[in-house]
Ligand binder design. Structure first.
Ligand SMILES: C[S@@+](CC[C@H](N)C(=O)[O-])C[C@H]1O[C@@H](n2cnc3c(N)ncnc32)[C@H](O)[C@@H]1O
Length: 466
């Protein structure tokens, strides 16, 4: 029989263990999430046979077994969500402004040093390798490009080194682009990154909290570009400024630093100034001049902006005939594509086709709230905020308890001119989730539970307030 799980409220070791975890990893995120931390700790307690949080803390402190157990724990508690070309406006800024500037500034020595700090399973540094290949073209072979990906989680880095990614991690790349840089695995749902990119990257385990606040470290110095995106969001506000200051010291004099959209930067370290770019910002040393947009030729890597056609227009979608034996559609009327087809098109980056398919399906069944939800998500991905808002409002109107519709509407409105309405949508998400079984998977959510969705909402609201 399994030993009963220790209760954090009753085990005096829990608070000390939580403090030790936050102090070592920076994950202040867990400060008010005992239930989440406990969930993750339970797995380690089971694996190590520890009967209480105090025993487990003692194990972590053992000189011989402690370091290996910290690695297991760090892999368990870190959150490694990532995908290729995540935050398109940041990649557009890299493509149009930052890399052209760096290429000009470093043309005499033809070398670039790039660091993806908190790279998770590597989608971010591999995206940089792909982008640089497109930008430099044949000249790439005359350049020395060093790209380092680092992370706290050794498990994530093992995956990064293997360079195998699911369809889902590649949702930021259209299929034609995908074929240039990846080989399909036999299951056709996973893809291996080409060796020419893999060999250009180096991965190293590194804790950002170990960066010295004063002075520097030779290994982590002189970078022309540092990306530290969607990592600081887990840190306490008090940790963010020193971490940024330490990262600033790792930049070359002409270097650039970019953090994620949600990383709440409350105070700018005095070593940095903000550079405003289209749809995003970056940081540089204060004495660097403004960079102009690129005059150099380059090949586009990001999927082109795909306008989502207005309702009831758009090219007809080629729809395969129904298999023999199944009833055919009425003559003159096109069959509505099933939801799975719409999802597959959207996940493959084929937004125009996905939007057309969705419209056809809505024509056939205008009261299906899920279709309006997808219509909204697809329009949102295509940068059509007004179309997306109208579709998501229709979904909410048709199914007031559809949590994902409120959530996407909330995301959209928080970024818009009236963010207060976004807060109201998010409050509705929390209310609806409270009434649901916490570990059930939410419909249309790709595996999210109500508990996880509420965490995401809280993180997003915190970033918004920050
Ligand atoms: C959400 S992922 C972000 C991945 C990627 N940068 C992106 O934006 O797609 C956050 C990553 O930060 C890493 N991380 C968290 N705390 C860290 C620390 N103290 N030092 C280094 N990496 C850390 C986590 O292990 C995780 O893989």
């Amino acid at each position: 029989m399994l030993a009963p799980k220790p209760d954090p409220a009753e085990d005096p070791g829990f608070a000390a263990l939580k403090d030790a975890i936050i102090a070592r990893t920076g994950h202040h995120y867990y400060i008010d999430k005992d239930y989440l931390l406990r969930d993750r700790l339970d797995r380690r307690l089971l694996a190590t046979g520890c009967g209480s949080f105090s025993d487990y803390l003692a194990l972590l402190q053992q000189p011989r077994r402690g370091p290996a157990e910290w690695q297991e724990l760090e892999a368990e508690i870190t959150i490694g969500e990532t995908f290729f070309f995540r935050h398109q406006d940041q990649f557009a800024a890299l493509r149009d402004v930052i890399f052209p500037d760096l290429i000009r500034a470093n043309a005499h020595r033809r070398s670039l040093r790039i660091w993806s700090a908190g790279c998770a399973v590597g989608a971010e540094p591999y995206s940089i390798a792909i982008l640089l290949e497109r930008l430099l073209g044949k000249d790439l072979r005359h350049w020395t490009i060093e790209i380092v990906g680092s992370d706290l989680s050794a498990r994530a880095l093992d995956q990064a080194r293997a360079g195998i990614f699911s369809d889902w991690a590649l949702r930021g790349m259209p299929p034609a682009e995908r074929a240039r840089d990846f080989t399909a695995m036999p299951d056709r749902r996973h893809w291996r990154i080409a060796d020419r990119h893999r060999l250009r990257l180096r991965f190293a385990q590194h804790n950002l909290l170990d960066l010295p606040v004063e002075g520097g470290s030779v290994d982590w110095a002189n970078f022309d570009l540092i990306l530290c995106r969607n990592v600081l969001i887990y840190f306490s506000p008090a940790r963010i400024a020193p971490t940024l200051a330490a990262l600033a010291r790792c930049l070359s004099p002409t270097g650039w630093l970019m953090v994620g959209h949600s990383d709440a930067i409350a105070a700018l370290p005095r070593h940095l100034r903000i550079v405003e770019l289209k749809g995003t910002i970056a940081f540089r040393h204060p004495d660097q001049p403004e960079a102009a947009a690129a005059p150099v030729p380059w090949q586009p890597i990001l999927p082109p902006e795909r306008p989502v056609p207005p309702a009831s227009s758009g090219p007809p979608l080629p729809i395969s005939p129904p298999p023999a034996g199944r009833p055919t559609a009425e003559p003159g009327r096109r069959m509505a594509p099933p939801l799975a087809v719409i999802r597959a098109l959207a996940n493959g980056g084929r937004l125009t086709e996905a939007a057309s398919a969705c419209r056809l399906a809505i024509d056939a069944d205008p009261l299906d709230a899920r279709l309006h939800l997808y219509d909204g998500i697809i329009a949102q991905a295509g940068g059509q905020a007004a179309v997306a808002e109208a579709a998501l409002r229709r979904a909410v109107y048709l199914a007031g308890d559809m949590v994902l519709a409120h959530y996407h509407l909330g995301l959209l409105l928080l970024d818009g001119p009236v963010p207060q309405s976004g807060r109201r949508s998010m409050a509705q998400v929390i209310r609806l989730c409270t009434d649901l079984p916490q570990d059930a998977v939410l419909p249309e959510s790709d595996g999210l539970t109500p508990r996880e969705l509420v965490e995401q909402v809280r993180l997003r609201l915190r970033a918004w307030r920050g």
